[in-house]
Design a protein around this ligand. Structure first.
Ligand code: NAP
Length: 314
């Protein structure tokens, strides 16, 4: 698969990353079971086999079970660790901890960042996380405190590079001013269902400051990818339907899947975005990889933009 250098760092990723949010499967329980391990194994093996070399985690994915399952699989496949990049994130805390009244919240305090990173390393069974991110901006987060905690993790070799996720331009600028090292990625929601970063300066800032945008839910979290018919009662059905129909038309012309067209659309942006694929179906993971080989014409790109925009561009 084509590669991307992350920010100005020495980290080189496949153009499409693989997201481990869904690898533990569905359900309320976060127990480690052989069924869950097998589900995760099938997804991870498919991604590895089809050339995805960046695996995206967070401490909260399935309450840590995603990282734990991945750690098991990593031990099973000799040599895999040296061929891939592993990312993780911290800073979101589930409701109910430490006591039942505690709300869902953000925490970028130094103690939380350090403890979360150490817990992720343990679950993943590795010495170093290649790229460590703050998952969401913390309203109470002190940039100097974040800088201190992340510096310590870097100096101790527990992380290689640092990034953020879901940061607006101004939030990223404030944090950058406190750091003595670069922010190499901003992981943000981008897709034909979610064009905001094209319009609010987020992608411009990434290009200006040599930050790689990683696109989460690049297929709209599945809303754009599925084959099921869209009921008229579904909110945004016309929007989804227009994008899907346009992408299907282009996919037929190129002889590829709709998901490959939707992902190629993101890959063509000059910010050199890295979309993160979230499917756990080997066939879908393989089809998505086709995006890295596909080039759309400028006309096709704008047909899709127009389908999402809903009218002729001004
Ligand atoms: P996505 O790729 O937009 O959506 C994946 C969903 O689409 C899966 O449920 C998948 O189901 C479904 N799908 C249906 N048909 C498909 C097809 N033909 N091809 C591919 N997928 C199809 O991404 P996502 O899972 O929402 O997010 C991707 C990753 O981004 C996550 O794993 C996580 O690493 C990251 N993320 C980050 C944040 C953040 O705040 N930083 C937030 C959300 C996600 P099947 O499994 O049945 O294929």
């Amino acid at each position: 698969m084509q590669t991307r250098t992350l920010g100005g760092s020495s980290l080189v990723s496949s153009a499409l990353a693989y997201g481990c949010w869904r690898i533990a499967g569905h359900g309320e329980s976060h127990e480690f079971t052989t069924e869950r391990l097998e589900h995760a194994r099938r997804s991870i093996f498919a991604a590895y086999e089809h050339g995805y070399s960046l695996f995206d985690h967070a401490d909260i994915y399935a309450h840590g079970l995603g990282e734990e399952l991945f750690g098991h699989i990593l031990k099973e496949v000799g040599g895999m660790r040296s061929q891939i990049l592993i990312t993780s994130k911290c800073g979101i805390v589930h409701a109910g901890a430490p006591d039942s009244h505690s709300p869902y919240r953000y925490d970028s305090s130094a103690s939380h960042i350090i403890a979360s990173c150490e817990a992720s390393l343990k679950r993943l069974g590795i010495e170093t996380i290649d790229l460590y991110m703050i998952h969401r901006p913390d309203f109470l987060g002190d940039p100097m405190e974040v800088a201190r905690a992340v510096s310590q993790l870097r100096d101790q070799g527990k992380i290689r590079e640092f990034g953020v996720s879901n940061f607006h331009c101004s939030q990223l600028s404030v944090l950058r001013k406190a750091l003595s090292f670069p922010v190499v990625v901003n992981q943000i929601e981008v897709s034909l269902m979610h064009l905001t970063p094209f319009k609010d300066g987020t992608l411009d800032q990434c290009m200006l400051e040599e930050i790689t945008p990683m696109a989460w839910s690049p297929l709209g979290g599945g809303k754009l990818a599925g084959q099921e018919s869209i009921s008229l009662n579904t909110s945004g059905h016309a929007h989804r339907g227009r994008i899907r129909d346009t992408a299907d038309h282009i996919a037929r012309a190129h002889g590829v899947s709709r998901s490959a067209v939707l992902l190629a659309w993101l890959l063509m942006h000059p910010s050199k975005m890295v979309p993160i694929i979230g499917s756990t179906q080997p066939e879908h993971i393989k089809q998505a990889a086709g995006a890295a080989e596909l080039t759309l014409s400028r006309e096709e790109w704008y047909q899709l933009m127009e389908a999402s925009h809903g009218q002729h561009l001004p």
